[in-house]
Design a protein around this ligand. Structure first.
Ligand SMILES: Cc1cc2nc3c(=O)[nH]c(=O)nc-3n(C[C@H](O)[C@H](O)[C@H](O)COP(=O)(O)O)c2cc1C
Length: 359
């Protein structure tokens, strides 16, 4: 029996295996609207046998996009465009999920293949980023964000709630709040990015406030039958960063508010990545700790590429599901190939019948 190919029950959802597609920006939307690319990209990975297919970081407002090509959910038209994507993923027996996000101080940048860092101020597509404090990220992202007022905070929280409602309307069955990679949610929790002296900064309580409040507001509109998840940047692996201990405490508090699963990831609040212990599965020990200490379902990614590696992570109870990004770009049929590599009796059953004549 393969642990990787065992079902996972999350709220009212039963995932057919423990292999998920990690959210991946495609920088290909027009005015935030998803289109054929998103359908084919995500649809192909649903065909490939993943149990959970997460749509990319999708902005709750236009200024919450990372790049002009990022998807959004700030109007009903945006939801209409995503509906066929969610419907197709579901038709393939996978759970359609979406990550909702606000890019915060890392907004208004080029798509990776178009340039590096911020769009120049005179580019008509550029906009003014906002953040917890007027502190620029650094490296290529040089624009100093405007410090958010309390009104800004309320507005963004309302935007998260509206985006969550729309995600549900267009058929997504798993919602993930993006609290990682230095984007807005994460940056409020990070002492590197958050220098506020009001109730939204300073102590652990202050830095956690935006994340907890936003989560709570979304929980109120996201139905109990579907999992509500968070991708949390657990630390930046720097001395001045928030710590894994703090993150685990935050997970406990989120769990008390109704969090169903946490996807542990890296901070991304600093261009200094020198402390990140890159290597195969390097986030797995933190996933295992979080699972143990916060007693919650955990997803893990980062440099998980090999079927035996993924099988071991699940079999040893270090995490409940693996979320693969680059390996899924490389091979949308990764789950099928994993089933073969792990010696499952009928690996073709991972694929739809149209593909059963594969070798
Ligand atoms: C093309 C690309 C786009 C990405 N976009 C997102 C995103 O929208 N949201 C997110 O949380 N992480 C994003 N990531 C990070 C991945 O989801 C994942 O966490 C990271 O690549 C590590 O996993 P891997 O080693 O399996 O690639 C992206 C990664 C890639 C390669």
């Amino acid at each position: 029996m393969s642990a990787l190919f065992s079902e996972l029950r999350l709220k009212g959802l039963t995932l057919k295996n423990r292999i998920g597609v990690s959210p991946m920006c495609q920088y290909s939307a027009v005015d935030g609207l998803a289109h054929d690319w998103h359908l084919v990209h995500l649809g192909a990975r649903a065909i490939g046998g993943a149990s959970l297919v997460m749509a990319e970081a999708t902005a709750v407002s236009p200024e919450g996009r990372i790049t002009p090509g990022c998807t959004g959910l700030w109007s009903d038209k945006h939801a209409e465009r995503f509906a066929p994507v969610a419907r197709f993923i579901k038709s393939q027996g996978a759970a359609p999920g979406i990550q909702i996000a606000h890019a915060g101080r890392k907004a208004s940048t080029y798509a990776p293949w178009e340039g590096r860092g911020n769009l120049p101020a005179n580019d008509p597509a550029a906009w003014q980023p906002v953040g917890p404090s007027a502190v620029a990220y650094g490296a290529d992202i040089t624009v100093t964000p405007r410090e958010m007022t309390l009104d800004d905070i309320r507005r963004v929280q309302d935007d998260f709630v509206s985006a969550a409602r729309r995600a549900l309307e267009c058929g997504f069955e798993t919602l993930m709040l993006h609290y990682a990679h230095g984007y807005l949610g994460q940056s409020f929790f990070s002492p590197i990015a958050n220098r506020r002296t009001d109730a939204y900064g300073g102590s652990f309580e202050g830095r956690a406030k935006f994340l907890l409040e936003t989560f709570s507001a979304v929980r109120a509109v996201w139905p109990e039958r579907f999992p509500l998840t968070v991708r949390l940047g657990m630390t930046d692996f720097l001395p001045e960063s928030h710590t894994v201990d703090e993150s685990i405490e935050l997970v406990r508090r989120l769990k008390a508010l109704g969090l169903d699963l946490v996807d542990v990831s890296v901070g991304g609040n600093s261009p200094d990545n020198s402390g990140i212990p890159y290597g195969p599965g390097f986030m797995v020990p933190i996933a295992a700790r979080t699972k143990r200490e916060a007693d919650i379902a955990v997803a893990v990614g980062w440099q998980i590429t090999e079927p035996a590696q993924a099988e071991r992570i699940i079999a040893e109870g270090d995490a409940d599901i693996v979320l693969l990004a680059r390996a899924m770009l490389d091979d949308p049929h990764w789950p099928f190939h994993a089933a073969k590599a792990l010696g499952l009796p009928n690996p073709k059953s991972v694929l739809p019948p149209q593909y059963h004549r594969v070798g």
